[in-house]
Design a protein around this ligand. Structure first.
Ligand SMILES: Nc1ncnc2c1ncn2[C@@H]1O[C@H](COP(=O)(O)OP(=O)(O)O)[C@@H](O)[C@H]1O
Ligand SMILES: [Mg+2]
Length: 155
């Protein structure tokens, strides 16, 4: 397969985001792996693409978007993909845990993980996160950890 074309569009005004960096990293790894795995089955005449975007939202929130131009997700599967162990991959290849773990992590940060997909058009996952965590969370999760940016800033 030809290389995957990766395009990035990072918000210039992206603030620091209070998060558990290893967990946030885990989400990105999961979404990236899924996107690149989805692109394995693309027809020869199509350039596989992954698009990465960050955006500042109203209400002191930010979002990270990872999109691909892969086969998309069938409507009958859309309600199930966040379930633990749900996988459409062959035995030995998929654990079905990437999205359920990601969903859980985003929720624990007080955010949300959403999916937009149309069959044949690709898939976009959007993780929306609050910039800061409430004080109670600081206590039980040993915040504040070093403040971390979800992604590097544009050069
Ligand atoms: N970017 C994507 N494009 C198409 N299907 C996807 C994508 N991301 C996830 N899926 C679907 O969601 C399922 C669950 O994903 P995940 O929880 O990461 O488990 P796994 O990757 O081990 O199968 C995948 O098996 C696949 O069917
Ligand atoms: Mg996966």
């Amino acid at each position: 397969m030809a290389g995957i074309e990766v395009s990035k569009q990072y918000a210039a005004d992206l603030p620091l985001v209070e998060c558990l960096p290893l967990q946030l990293n885990q989400i990105l790894v999961n979404l990236f792996s899924n996107a690149s795995e989805a692109l394995h089955s693309q027809p020869e005449n199509m350039t596989p693409q992954i698009r990465l975007e960050t955006q500042v939202l109203a209400g002191n929130r930010v979002c990270i978007r990872i999109g691909d131009n892969g086969p998309g997700i069938a409507p009958e599967w859309r309600d199930r993909i966040f379930e633990p162990f749900f996988t459409t991959k062959p035995i030995g290849q998929g654990t079905g845990l990437g999205l359920s773990a990601s969903y859980e992590i985003v929720q624990q940060h007080g955010g949300s993980l959403a999916l937009a997909s149309s069959e044949g058009q690709g898939t976009v996952f959007t993780a929306t996160l609050p910039q800061t965590q409430p004080r109670e969370v600081h206590r039980y999760k040993q915040f504040p950890l070093p403040l971390s940016q979800p992604l590097d800033r544009p050069a």
